[in-house]
Ligand binder design. Structure first.
Ligand code: SF4
Ligand code: SF4
Length: 287
């Protein structure tokens, strides 16, 4: 390991096993449920599950795109599983979640880009669990208006689309996405009256000034909630970690994002885009 690969001491969480976490953990095991929280080994699981919040992945395990920070495999996806939305909703019900984040792979192989799948999952959760908030984290659907309209019509409590990085290095990090196109997805969602959210990953080679500019761009595009996170390299085949952002800089960035006008900000070395998502949403709607 080169020195930059070594994680600094602030990259750590404490395992605090609360009663809600314990209950969910045994339920998930007993019922054979699948969550991103467990399957990605997310270190925030003790906190999120204690709040009855969890994340699900839809669309299968193969993505049609390849982003240089993402641990999901690129390849030919399996056939569309039309029963998946029902099963995810059933998991949310069994887990009695207060807030569920649903994300998935890009399905450029499907004629509708997977729009039905994303929308139907929100509809099924809302149908079974009317009081559970749903945050839908989407790919960009190539900004095809009909596909976005289908997804937005499901009315998730939060519509998230992650920009992830700054324009100068965007193409290298997310070759199948475009910075401006991602901005337009956020703008359309906001125009539809949805609460919008995005994420920036730090440590991919961006400069501090570029981060400030991206925050202003996202806010101007209509993004209301933001998470700012540290990049962790999933494997040596992925983009190297260019820097470890110090906790104090994350605090500064939170203040800066609030000044720019975001109504809710989560910023920190261990933050993920779905970290305490329900709490962030409530904070924003309470304003
Ligand atoms: Fe990962 Fe999403 Fe990029 Fe696919 S589109 S590689 S799931 S970040
Ligand atoms: Fe699950 Fe997201 Fe929380 Fe991690 S941050 S435990 S993936 S909800």
């Amino acid at each position: 390991q080169t020195p930059i690969e070594r994680k600094p001491e602030w990259i750590k969480t404490r395992a605090k096993l609360g009663p809600e976490y314990r209950e969910l953990h045994s339920l998930v095991k007993r019922e054979g449920l699948h969550t991103v929280c467990q399957e990605a080994g997310c270190p925030n699981i003790f906190e999120c599950w204690e709040d009855r919040e969890a994340t699900f992945l839809i669309g299968g395990e193969q993505c049609t795109r390849r982003c240089d920070f993402c641990q999901i495999d690129t390849g030919r996806p399996a056939e569309l599983d039309r029963d998946e939305p029902r099963r995810v909703a059933e998991s949310v019900r069994q887990m009695e979640l207060r807030y569920a984040t649903v994300t998935g792979v890009a399905r450029d192989d499907l004629p509708d880009g997977g729009a039905w799948l994303y929308a139907e999952t929100v509809r099924q959760i809302h149908g079974l669990m009317p009081d559970t908030g749903v945050e839908l984290l989407i790919p960009d659907f190539n900004a095809v208006p009909e596909q976005l309209a289908e997804v937005f019509s499901a009315r998730p409590e939060v519509l998230a689309h992650n920009v992830e990085t700054v324009p100068r290095i965007f193409k290298r990090i997310r070759p199948a996405f475009r910075y401006e196109r991602s901005m337009s997805v956020l703008t359309r969602a906001r125009e539809e009256g949805l609460v919008t959210k995005s994420n920036l990953i730090l440590g991919l080679g961006e400069t501090r000034e570029e981060v400030s500019q991206a925050l202003r761009d996202m806010h101007a595009a209509g993004c209301e909630l933001i998470t700012i996170t540290q990049y962790l390299r999933p494997s040596p085949r992925h983009h190297p970690v260019e820097r470890w952002v110090k906790p104090a800089e994350f605090v500064e960035l939170r203040e800066e994002a609030e000044e720019v006008g975001f109504s809710g900000v989560m910023s920190g070395p261990m933050v993920r885009s779905s970290y305490r998502a329900g709490r962030l949403y409530q904070q924003a709607v309470a304003q």
